[in-house]
Design a binder for this molecule. Structure first.
Ligand SMILES: [Zn+2]
Length: 267
């Protein structure tokens, strides 16, 4: 086994045996790590109240080269992200994002790939702590995280013909998103096809912008009011296709940070 010493965010902790915990961590140097913390429910010396959800930690442990269960030997608290526990919307969105990371982050990643994923995860938690989340922020953070996990939806060019949809006929009334192909399908290519998610051009462009704009500006970006619902549907269908099952936090998130009904005017 190799040793690891770096920063990590706690994604999940499950009681194991009489006094142990199995923790799921997103580490800065190696991606996802599942590790057993021996006597964690007894030992305040090695784990002094550190193994709680969302906690940003400095850890020491041992890992297997190709993933699988490792050992957590020490953990020191860097930032408990207490603000995430302040209200249900923050807590629910943070729970959703860490669950997504727990499901989709690869194990035993190269450090060069693990670092940007870890950075995005910790910046996302810090942002939700600072700014009360809106439905727009929920959708944009979900897409940014999926992008960092290697699942970037194609929002600018048609995945069939490569054309950028324009404001002229026939795309002006909206285009479509094909979930298994992970990208937009222009109106010409969409004819006669099934399983497409319709989406307005303005919404699509706002989502494409949300994928590339500086992270610190994300909280200021509001999706067009009429488009929040269709953007949420697109993000949801894309996420579910890749995760495969319903996330435990999804219903709680829908209650704590609901997607508003479609606004007035053309969608
Ligand atoms: Zn096309």
């Amino acid at each position: 086994m190799a040793s690891i010493a770096c920063e990590a965010v706690l994604l999940r902790a499950v009681e194991f045996g009489e006094s142990d915990l199995v923790v799921h961590l997103l580490t800065e140097e190696g991606g996802r790590l599942t590790a057993i913390a021996k006597s964690a429910r007894k030992s305040l010396r090695r784990f002094p109240g550190t193994l709680d959800l969302f906690n940003h930690l400095a850890i020491e442990g041992r890992t297997r080269p190709r993933g699988g269960m490792g050992f957590l030997e020490r953990a020191r608290l860097v930032d408990p992200h207490l603000g995430l526990r302040r209200d249900p919307a923050r807590y629910a969105l943070a729970s959703f994002l860490v669950e997504l990371l727990d499901r989709l982050s690869p194990e035993a990643m190269e450090a060069v790939e693990a670092r940007p994923l870890f950075a995005l995860a910790s910046r996302s938690l810090a942002l939700i702590e600072r700014v009360r989340p809106t439905p727009s922020l929920r959708i944009l953070l979900e897409l940014r995280l999926l992008d960092a996990l290697g699942l970037r939806p194609e929002l600018e060019r048609c995945v069939r013909c490569g054309r950028e949809p324009g404001d002229d006929v026939p795309d002006a009334h909206g285009v479509n998103f094909h979930v298994p192909d992970g990208g937009l399908v222009c109106s010409a290519c969409a004819r006669g096809q099934e399983g497409l998610v319709p989406i307005a051009l303005g919404t699509l462009r706002a989502l494409a912008d949300g994928l590339v704009r500086p992270f610190d500006e994300l909280a200021e970006q509001a999706l067009p009011q009429a488009g929040v619902r269709e953007a949420a549907r697109l993000a949801f269908r894309f996420q579910r296709f890749h995760v495969g099952v319903e996330l435990r936090s999804e219903r709680f998130l829908d209650e704590a940070l609901p997607i508003p009904p479609p606004g007035p005017g053309p969608a």
